[in-house]
Design a protein around this ligand. Structure first.
Ligand code: ZN
Length: 439
């Protein structure tokens, strides 16, 4: 293991022979299915209704006999109906934001916290975090899992974790320079905001000793990766997770940056067609379904994440044998249907973030003033490209309209806003506002 290079945190688990891994997964699957049947009345009732018993699980494929668990099931059983462990064994609680309805609360046992630290540690090591490094953790701390997840992972490695949380950007920048900070963990939108703030203060990225960052908790594109890497002078790695499953750390990207390795000894992934609910063909896009194999607080059986991605079982050049998931390119429930055409916000982002003339901030608004949907995109010019002449702005606007039309197949209204007027986010960014009334 070299001082600045990458290394494998848990070689025994991350580089397992696939046959051995599958044996381990099957053993753990049988355990967790028996465990939830015995401890969670909701699961027992569901399994009985489907006519499936824990004894029916004889191979990994048999997982398909089990019913899916959805966000709706978690809402119906709010707050503690899905917990398997006794309250005495719960040591920490996290919760989803609940912006789209009743939040999901998740209780963690001490063992769950240890697993969480382990999987995030594996992910941070993939991006090159060593025990002598300093990790600035700018994820929000609190009920949101980003803060504590990265915190436990960094500590598990033995690195110095600086729990700055998000916000107070000037102090964040001074710490980075003064401590100095080797690694950054935060949402990609906050990473961009930090980069913009550096630029605004006239600080060159080379004065900031950061080597790499791990970014997650929201959808982002390759174009955002390039901006983060160029503006902060780092390598930017993707991390995936969800509160329901454990938090960040379900999967992380290694130095190859060709997809995120899923920690398969703890999380069993499936990819399904969200309409037919059947498995998709290898290499096809589908909705990720996760079964937690080792959690004891609130285990999940076949949880439909709604996140759309791909899976590749090809061996990675880094030596790890675990399956890799691609970037989340959309959610099965965040597709916008505009004028009958399906639009994913990530398609808009991809076009905008490729343009050097634009700042890394945008907003999509969808409305239906009478019978037709209108999609409006607000962008900001990058201050270094701003000439200020109306003609240049009009030209920029028409170039964006043309590029979006090519990518989406529909004409989009584009508005150019004044620099630094589109709200930046210190946590998860809200970039789509849907004004349509579907009631
Ligand atoms: Zn790899």
């Amino acid at each position: 293991m070299t001082e600045k290079g990458t290394y494998i945190f848990n070689k025994k688990r991350e580089c397992m022979d696939r046959k051995e891994l599958e044996k381990l997964q099957l053993r753990r699957l049988k355990n967790v299915v028996n465990y939830v049947y015995d401890t969670v009345p909701y699961y027992q009732q569901q399994f009985d209704q489907y006519g499936v018993s824990p004894d029916d699980i004889k191979s990994l494929e048999d997982i398909r006999l089990l019913p899916f668990t959805t966000k709706d099931d978690l809402r119906k059983t709010y707050p503690w109906g899905m917990q398997a462990a006794h309250k005495d064994d719960i040591v920490e609680v996290h919760s989803t934001s609940g912006t789209t309805g009743i939040p999901t609360v998740v209780g963690y046992t001490q063992k769950d916290i240890e697993i969480w630290g382990e999987v995030v540690a594996r992910g941070l090591a993939m991006a090159g975090v060593h025990k002598h490094d300093t990790v600035q953790n700018s994820y929000g701390y609190g009920l949101f899992t980003g803060g504590m997840g990265a915190h436990y992972g960094g500590q598990k490695i033995g690195a110095v974790v600086v729990p700055t949380s998000s916000g107070n950007t000037n102090r964040q920048l001074s710490f980075m320079k003064d401590f100095p900070t080797d690694f950054l963990t935060c949402t990609p939108s906050y990473g961009l905001y930090l980069a913009e703030s550096l630029q605004k203060q006239g600080i060159d990225a080379s004065e900031i000793p950061l080597r790499a960052g791990v970014f997650g908790a929201e959808m982002w594109t390759e174009e955002i990766r390039h901006k983060l890497e160029n503006k902060l002078g780092i390598s930017a790695h993707n991390i995936y997770g969800l509160t329901e499953a454990i938090g960040p750390g379900v999967a992380t990207e290694c130095m190859e940056q060709t997809g995120m390795h899923i920690q398969e000894d703890h999380f069993y992934p499936e990819l399904i067609d969200p309409n037919t609910l059947e498995p998709v063909d290898p290499g096809e896009k589908g909705e990720l379904v996760i079964t937690t194999l080792t959690k004891t607080g609130m285990p999940l059986i076949r949880f439909r994440t709604k996140d759309l991605t791909t899976l590749t079982y090809e061996k990675c050049a880094c030596g790890r044998t675990t399956v890799r998931m691609g970037r989340i390119f959309g959610r099965s429930d965040d597709m916008l249907k505009v004028k009958g055409v399906i639009v994913f916000p990530s398609q808009v982002e991809e076009v905008l973030m490729k343009m050097e003339e634009l700042a890394p901030a945008y907003m999509i608004e969808v409305s239906r003033p009478d019978i037709l949907d209108i999609i409006e995109v607000q962008v900001e010019p990058d201050p270094s490209f701003l000439t200020g002449t109306l003609r240049d702005i009009e030209e920029l606007r028409s170039v964006i309209v043309k590029k979006l039309k090519e990518a989406l197949g529909i004409t989009v209204k584009v508005t150019i806003a004044e620099p630094f007027t589109i709200p930046r986010s210190e946590g998860k960014a809200t970039r789509v506002i849907d004004h349509r009334d579907f009631s």
